[in-house]
Design a protein around this ligand. Structure first.
Ligand SMILES: [Fe+2]
Ligand SMILES: [Fe+2]
Length: 273
């Protein structure tokens, strides 16, 4: 495992990109279906990241002193991600797709999550730690596959890669807090499984909702579009599956595979401080 110094772990809360993709149908070049995959993923971020913030705040009084600054920066970064993706989502709504039910569904589930406290009060934190592993490893995949992200429209690419870098930077925060609160294996895996069901359930619901309102292409055209883009999507899916199983390792830690150099290289290239 590469050495991670406290300096390299330092988290920076940055102002996100100001521009958002104007045309929801052209987020990803030559693919309406992949464009709507990114639009659907964007729909999950504002409420999902608010949930992440609440789940770490809930344990403010049990946060180890050495983790406090990182938790604070984690909250700052996630709040900024939510803000930028909210603008993206508002544009999707304004351009004629009624996506409000995604936010409503997420509110119903995540807004009432504390009702599951009887299972374990840190179940939400465990889910956050697991979903942070998903976002960090998807982020590393994006940075390692410029041929894929290169097909994103410029503002969508700027948002995706800025968000990716910060997900990589703070990948350990919720996990380390969970370990400090309760490092039980069953709790960690319970959050992992529940998180995966909620994440992919809402992602496919969002994508189905957008595609069902799409008037610019027939079902046959969308199937052909999907088939054309299957190789890239299959690689992305394979990475998700490998990382899903990786999380089951009893000695797993988010920093086992450190992708910070990728994030640092991108931020330096883009001159983002
Ligand atoms: Fe985020
Ligand atoms: Fe995150």
């Amino acid at each position: 495992m590469p050495e991670i110094t406290s300096e390299s772990k330092k988290l920076t809360v940055r102002k996100g990109p100001a521009r958002i993709p104007e045309n929801p149908r052209a987020v990803f070049s030559d693919s309406l279906v992949v464009s709507h995959f990114f639009n659907a993923m964007s729909l999950l971020f504002p409420r999902g990241e608010e949930f992440f913030i609440d789940s770490v705040r809930k344990f403010a009084d049990r946060t180890p002193a050495e983790l406090k600054d990182e938790v604070k920066a984690f909250i700052g970064q996630e709040a900024m991600h939510g803000k930028v993706h909210r603008s993206w989502n508002n544009n999707t709504q304004e351009k004629g797709y009624d996506v409000r039910t995604v936010a409503e569904l997420m509110e119903k589930v995540l807004g009432n999550f504390d009702r599951l406290d009887f299972i374990h009060p840190a179940l939400g934190l465990s889910m956050t730690a697991a979903l942070e592993h998903v976002t960090a490893t998807q982020s590393a995949w994006f940075l390692r596959h410029p041929e894929f992200v290169g097909r994103l429209e410029e503002s969508a690419r700027d948002i995706t890669l800025w968000h990716s870098c910060e997900e990589i930077e703070h990948r350990h925060v919720a996990f380390d807090l969970l370990k400090a609160v309760d490092d039980g294996y069953a709790l960690r895996i319970g959050g992992h499984l529940l998180g995966q069901v909620l994440l992919w359930g809402s992602a496919f619901y969002g994508m189905g909702l957008i595609l069902s309102q799409e008037k610019s292409a027939s079902l046959a055209e969308m199937v052909a579009d999907l088939r054309r883009n299957l190789p890239g999507l299959a690689e992305f899916t394979k990475n998700n599956i490998v990382q899903f199983f990786e999380y089951f390792r009893p000695d797993f830690h988010p920093e086992d595979d450190d992708s910070r150099p990728l994030a640092r290289a991108y931020l330096a290239e883009k001159k983002i401080a």
